[in-house]
Design a binder for this molecule. Structure first.
Ligand SMILES: Cc1ncc(COP(=O)(O)O)c(C=O)c1O
Length: 386
């Protein structure tokens, strides 16, 4: 059956017309159209030249164009003649977290429809589903071989057998697994299921040393959405900017659905700067440094007597997952707690996640922070196992 967007999106949302303001037609002059405060911000040191008393641009075409160009330049699908990404393929959100929620609201009828998540995974998919009264179906990643890849056949079977599932969230690279999901597996799901959207959450994609972003696939498949964020590789978690790439028709729907001024003027100013070529180069060099440090931290921790020397998950994000030998959750929890309270080093205990017994997730910090982590980890583990 051919994919029909009008049958997948909730009807009221599919038919939404975007909010229009007078500023869509007239941008200059004495602006008395939007009930702003013409005196300017009521901050002692900030004047009207800041433009902060004006509503921000609802469309962000320049930022979107730069983002599309960045992902076109790094495309791993160049040999496939897929039309390049443009601003029309993009909708922006207040972090990916807003985009995760927007997709559920666009596609899932509360109390009826479902999403599929592949465990272990990022917690916000379930939280957003709960908030929207949408059921969560779970299909485990392949944990037996520590690969944390998707079980392609099982995922396809689950999707094909439940007509109420409207979304599947695939985290690539995964959190907390750090594993990049192989492109062939992703395309197999896309080719065998058209009753909803495949969402690829690529929050960590810039740290991935193999493969690359699935974003270019949005102009090949009608039912894929790819989420990215400025929170990780760009070091801008504080500005809250998430990017959804998808087909032009679905992007039109998502843009009509969003609050018109969801991206603040301050966010958009910094985001635009982040995509200037010199700043993209800075991002890439920081990523390189984090990737080098990632290996160093991994080597140091997995050489310890009580830590499994086999790597858990992948090495494709800005964190690693390390496991206490035998998956000892009690020891892992004590280690986590002692590190935070006695050494001032805060990691994340992930031992209750599927396939992650005895595991801590550790973000790669600055070289100095990593030195302290390694030293304190060694000392604390040795104290606990003496
Ligand atoms: C897989 C994944 N997706 C999305 C997010 C949220 O990103 P944002 O800061 O853009 O909301 C995170 C944050 O940790 C994440 O791990």
């Amino acid at each position: 059956m051919a994919f029909d967007l009008s049958k997948i999106v909730r009807p009221k949302i599919y038919n939404l017309e975007p909010y229009r303001c007078a500023r869509d037609d007239f941008k200059e002059g004495i602006l008395l159209d939007a009930n702003e405060n013409a005196h300017g911000p009521t901050l002692r040191d900030v004047g009207p030249e800041s433009q902060l008393h004006r509503y921000p641009d609802p469309h962000q075409i320049e930022f979107k164009t730069r983002m599309a160009n960045l992902r076109n330049a790094g495309s791993i699908y160049k040999d496939q003649n897929i039309p390049p990404l443009t601003a029309e393929n993009i909708c922006l959100g207040v972090g990916s977290d807003e985009s995760i929620d927007a997709l559920i609201r666009a596609l899932c009828v509360p109390g009826q429809d479902k999403i599929l998540i592949l465990t272990p995974t990022y917690g916000m998919y379930s939280i957003c589903a709960d908030i929207n009264d949408v059921e969560v179906v779970k299909c485990p990643l392949v944990v037996e071989d520590n690969s944390f890849q998707i079980d392609t056949l099982k995922v396809i079977e689950t999707l094909q057998n439940d007509p109420f599932i409207k979304l599947v969230y695939i985290t690539s690279p995964g959190n907390p697994t750090g594993a990049y999901i192989e492109s062939e597996r992703l395309e197999a799901v896309l080719c065998n299921w058209q009753n909803g959207f495949v969402v690829v959450d690529e929050a960590y994609i810039d740290f991935c040393s193999k493969g690359g972003s699935a974003a270019p696939l949005v102009n090949k498949f009608p039912n894929i959405a790819v989420l990215q964020t400025l929170s990780k590789s760009f070091g801008l978690a504080g500005v809250r900017l998430g990017v959804t790439f998808t087909s032009k028709p679905f992007s039109r729907v998502l843009n009509a659905m969003k609050a018109p001024y969801n991206i603040s003027g301050l966010t958009s100013e910094l985001a635009l700067k982040a995509l200037e070529p010199e700043n993209v180069a800075i991002m890439q060099s920081k990523v390189k440094e984090i990737v080098n440090e990632r290996q160093r931290v991994l080597d140091a921790l997995t050489s310890l007597e009580n830590i499994e020397d086999q790597q858990v998950g992948g090495l494709d994000a800005n964190f690693i997952l390390v496991r206490i030998k035998g998956g000892d959750n009690d020891l892992a929890k004590k280690l986590y707690y002692k590190l935070a309270t006695e050494s001032g080093v805060v990691t994340r205990f992930r031992g209750t996640e599927y396939g992650c017994a005895g595991s801590l997730r550790i973000t790669i910090g600055t070289p100095k922070e990593n030195d302290i982590l390694i030293r304190e980890f060694k000392k604390t583990l040795s104290d606990l196992t003496r």
